[in-house]
Every structure is written in C-alpha cells, then in structure tokens.
Ligand binder design. Structure first.
Ligand code: HXC
Length: 519
C-alpha cells in the first residue's frame, strides 16, 4: 500500500466510525427528536476542541453471530475537549450501534478516559442513551459496568462528574449516573429505572407507562434523581456547560472568578420591605436571591423537587457561591425528609469542590407527623446537620425571618462553624414561634379563663410579650451567635465583603478514613 493509500485508508476508517450504526439508524435517532452521540459532543464542547480516543476499537464477542456485526468505536464515543476553554473528558453512548448497549470493550473505553481525567484532574461528562448491558456479552458486560461504577466512586469528590440522560438508561446502568454529581434528563426522550414497566407488571401487577415510571418529570419532581429536567437536548447541553462554569476542575482548585459588571455596593431598597409584617404570610425567597446576586443569575438545582428549600449556584462579584434557602412560599419553608436530603447533597457538592455557601434562613422547624417520623426524618434531618457541620468552605448565613428550634441549629448556625452569621431586623431566633410557645407555657392559665374575649386578650398579650423578648435577632446577637444585624438593602455588599474576607479560610477536619454520615 502506498503512503497515499495508507492515508486514504485512515480517512475512510474515520469516516466509517463517524457513521456509527449507519445512516438509517441516524435518521431514526433524529426522527425521535434526538441528536447522535457525535452531534451531542460537538454541541457540548467548544467548537473544534474535541479529540476522540479509541475510534478503531471493536468488540471481541463471537456469540450470537456478533462477530459478523462490527462497528468502529463499538457504540460509545469517547475523548476530551474544552468547555469555556477548560479541559473536560467526555463519553457519549451511541444508540445507533447495538442500541448503545455496553460491551466489554465499550466499558474499557469509558474507564480509560475516566482514568485519564483523574490523572489530570478534569471533569467527566457522560451522555447516556443506551439499551443497557449488551445482552450477547453477558457477564462481561456486567463486569464492565462495575468497573465504571468503581471509577465513579473513586472520582467522587475529586473531579466533577456530570451525567446527561438523553435516552434510555435502565437496569443496573442507572447506577453510574446516580453516583455522579449532577444528573440532567431531557423531557419526553429519556427515562431511568432499575426495573422497567414489563417486569414491574409481572412482579407487582402494577400497570405503568415508561414515562410515568421513570421519565424526566418523575425524577425531577418525585424521586429527586434528576437535578434538572431539560425541555429538550439543547437545553440539557446548555445546562451541562452552565453547571461547569461554577465548578473547579478538581477538588484541589477553586472555582474560577469571572468579571463582574454588576456593582458590588448596589443597594436594594426593595429588600427593606420584602418580609411581610404578618409572620405567617409567605413570600418568595427567590425574589431575594435574584435581587442580591450578580446580574440576577441563579442556576437552580432541583427546581421542582422539595420546593420548601431552594438550592443552586450564583455568583457574587464573579465568584461562584452555592445558595441554600428555606422557601416560605412552599409548606412555609419547613424542613422535611426530602428538603433535608436535597439540601444535604447540595451542601456536600459545594464543600467537595470548594464552592462557598450562602444560607438564607426562614424556617419554622421540622415538619411534624407520623409520616415524617416513620420515614426517618431523624436520620434525614441529621444528614443536613452533618453536611453543614462537616463543611469547611466559607459559610455565610443570613437569618431573614424565622429560625426556630432544631432547624435553627441545622441551618448553618454559628455552632456548626458558620463563619459569618448575619440577621435582618425581621429575624426571629427562638425555640419556637410565639403562638406555639404561649400555648405550651400558658396553657393552664388560658384554660382557667372562661370568658372567650378575655382569653383571647390574654393570649395576645402573652404572645406580644414573648415576641418582644424572643422573636427578634438581638438575643442571639447578645450572645454573639449572630455577628451583626444588617439592613436588608445592604445585603449584597455585606455578603460580598464577607466572602472576600473568608477567601483564605483554612479549616481541616480531623484525619479519618471517612465520616459515617447517617445515610
Ligand atoms: C444488545 C441491543 C440491546 C442490548 C437494544 N439493542 N438493546 N443489543 N443488547 N441490551 C439493539 C436492538 O437489537 C436493535 O438492533 C437496536 O439496538 C435498537 O433497538 P430497538 O429495540 O430497535 O430500539 P427501540 O425500539 O428504540 O427500543 C429501545 C429499548 C429496547 C427500549 C432500549 O431496545 C430494549 O428494551 N432493549 C433491551 C433492554 C434491556 O433489557 N437491556 C438489558 C438490561 S439489564 P438493530 O440491529 O435492530 O438496530 C442491564 C443490566 C445492567 O442493563 C447491569 C449493570 C450492573
């Protein structure tokens, strides 16, 4: 073969690999409203930055006539490129080749790129669109999955791992995304479940559709498995890139500060009146978040799940910060099983990757009731407590209104190593609200009063007394649990200065194998 012919062969082989399972299957993929693996990679990465690995890999199976069906690349496209100029490793499952199913060699390709990502300290993006284990390869395929899981586990907390689910993801295959930091699902075209509708029907008799069992809406609203439900793949791709903007390359680096044109000393007069006079009246804590952060930009995680707590990434003076805020607009901002788990996971994500945490507190306590107790709110609430107490990143807290009981301690209190704890004048930091306290402390006296009007008058007086004494920020401030009571409109500047002050914070937990967080 002449040199010219050698080069032509290379070009032809590349061309063949790029076609995956062939034109027909690509057309089918498009007809379903899905991009191909290579199109996805091109869109996720900076233009022209993709370098592919292992394009010439083929499977080694000889069963079920598979040896006659060979596709260059074997159903997964792997390599590296850049997002906003920073290196990332990426794999995209190619549904056009054996339904994107995972073979021994396919798993090896993914493991290779994960190993290299760990060596250089760069994020891994995984795009899932697969029929699961390649049935013809049997146990080799199961072993391949386990190899990937093991790498997901060791990479956790070292490099950011982001999973996009843009098609099927079923059986044990779901555990790789589940082990990663962020899961993004495309609406209507993706699903995730351990057991599909057919087996569900056989085993339990339950009749349920794929969408209702494991669609993006289910995981974004009911299970909390998906951090984001994207309207389509384009939005999902945008979310991958956006998420990476707030994270460093690895746990030894800080997130990147970008230029900020939004004035850091901007006063937000609207905040002085944002808390309603009536303590039982809700308001939207997101209005506060949008007001104080750079350019009103907030990348909210889990927007549709456990809405009584709000979490996500923002920037202050161009520096990424994770926000955790109780949401009075939903269930009065109470802490329950789901919101505790949601926030705990987010706090740990921030702490793993050196993203400082801002906590906005307006919490009436934990949700009472047998459903919560039987469901293990003790352990789930402890997760959030644990996550905050363990976190060593800079922690700034502002108590906006209520901060009652155990929930007060949990929400980044001073004693959980909150670095700077501010309160607005509207803060009520106490064991419980005035009406609950009066009911308990004055119950006997109240019942002795027979006249209803007299009774009401007595209750009102006692509540006012309690409020005066406890339902304010000054008792906590007297003890130094609150560092300063600030005017709401100054919040943006105070937060920025607080994080700037804490920039070089050094705090190291005692050496240990690992903690034993109440899972
Ligand atoms: C080999 C597979 C495959 C698989 C699909 N294909 N899944 N080949 N192993 N697991 C092939 C099909 O034969 C077909 O080949 C092509 O991919 C496209 O599949 P279709 O069925 O035509 O596509 P569609 O109608 O869109 O249905 C997609 C699907 C379905 C719902 C994913 O293919 C399906 O149910 N696949 C099997 C899923 C499954 O049971 N997987 C094993 C789960 S157990 P041609 O040549 O016709 O294009 C598992 C365990 C993991 O994954 C354990 C980890 C620890």
């Amino acid at each position: 073969m002449s040199r010219q012919e050698e080069i032509k062969k290379l070009i032809d082989m590349r061309e063949e690999a790029r076609l995956g399972g062939g034109e027909k299957r690509i057309e089918k993929q498009h007809a379903q409203g899905k991009y191909t693996a290579r199109e996805r990679i091109e869109m996720i990465l900076d233009e022209g930055s993709f370098e592919e690995f292992d394009m010439f890999v083929k499977h080694r199976s000889h069963d079920f006539g598979l040896e006659k069906q060979q596709y260059l690349g074997d159903g997964v496209v792997t390599g590296h490129g850049t997002v906003d100029g920073r290196i990332v490793y990426i794999f995209a499952q190619d549904f056009t080749v054996f339904g994107g199913s995972l073979s021994e060699t396919y798993a090896k390709k993914i493991c290779k790129l994960m190993d290299q990502a760990m060596l250089v300290g760069a994020p891994v993006i995984g795009v899932n669109d697969s029929g699961g284990a390649r049935i013809q390869e049997g146990v080799m395929s199961l072993a391949g999955y386990a190899e990937i899981f093991q790498r997901n586990i060791l990479a956790s907390g070292v490099i950011p791992q982001i999973s996009a689910i843009f098609g099927p993801c079923a059986g044990g295959a779901v555990y790789s995304p589940a082990l990663t930091d962020v899961v993004i699902m495309s609406d209507k075209t993706s699903y995730m479940f351990v057991t599909g509708p057919k087996v569900t029907k056989t085993v339990t008799g339950e009749n349920i559709t794929t969408e209702d069992l494991g669609g993006a809406t289910v995981h974004a609203t009911k299970s909390g498995i998906a951090h984001f439900r994207a309207d389509d793949e384009d939005e999902g791709i945008m979310l991958i890139r956006k998420t990476l903007e707030y994270l460093p390359q690895n746990n030894l680096e800080d997130p990147v500060q970008t230029e900020c044109k939004d004035p850091i000393d901007r006063l937000d007069d609207v905040l002085n009146d944002i808390i309603p006079e009536n303590p039982n009246q809700p308001y939207d804590v997101k209005d506060i978040i949008y007001t104080i952060v750079d350019d009103g930009e907030f990348l909210e995680f889990h927007r549709h799940y456990a809405k009584n707590i709000v979490v996500g990434f923002v920037k202050f003076d161009g520096r990424p910060v994770g926000v955790v805020a109780n949401q009075p607009n939903f269930l009065a901002g109470v802490l329950d099983i789901e919101s505790s788990r949601k926030a705990a996971r987010f706090v740990r994500l921030c702490d793993s990757f050196n993203v400082p945490i801002l906590t906005l507190v307006d919490v009436p306590g934990f949700l009472p009731g047998s459903a919560q107790e039987y469901g293990g709110i003790i352990a789930h609430g402890a997760k959030l407590l644990f996550a905050y107490g363990e976190a060593t990143v800079p922690k700034v807290t502002i108590t906006l209104r209520k901060s009652y009981g155990g929930a007060h301690d949990v929400m980044s209190s001073k004693q959980l190593r909150g670095d700077i704890n501010y309160a607005w004048p509207s803060a009520e930091i106490a064991v419980m609200g005035a009406s609950g306290a009066v009911e308990i402390l004055e119950g006997k006296n109240i019942r002795k009063i027979e006249n209803e009007d007299e009774q009401l008058k007595y209750i009102t007086e006692k509540e006012a007394e309690y409020k005066n004494k406890f339902a304010n920020p000054y008792v906590a401030a007297q003890h130094g649990f609150i560092d300063d009571v600030i005017e709401p409109r100054n919040s943006r500047f105070r937060i920025i200065r607080a994080f700037k002050t804490l920039e070089n914070k050094k705090l190291i937990n005692p050496p240990k194998k690992h903690s034993n967080i109440p899972l």
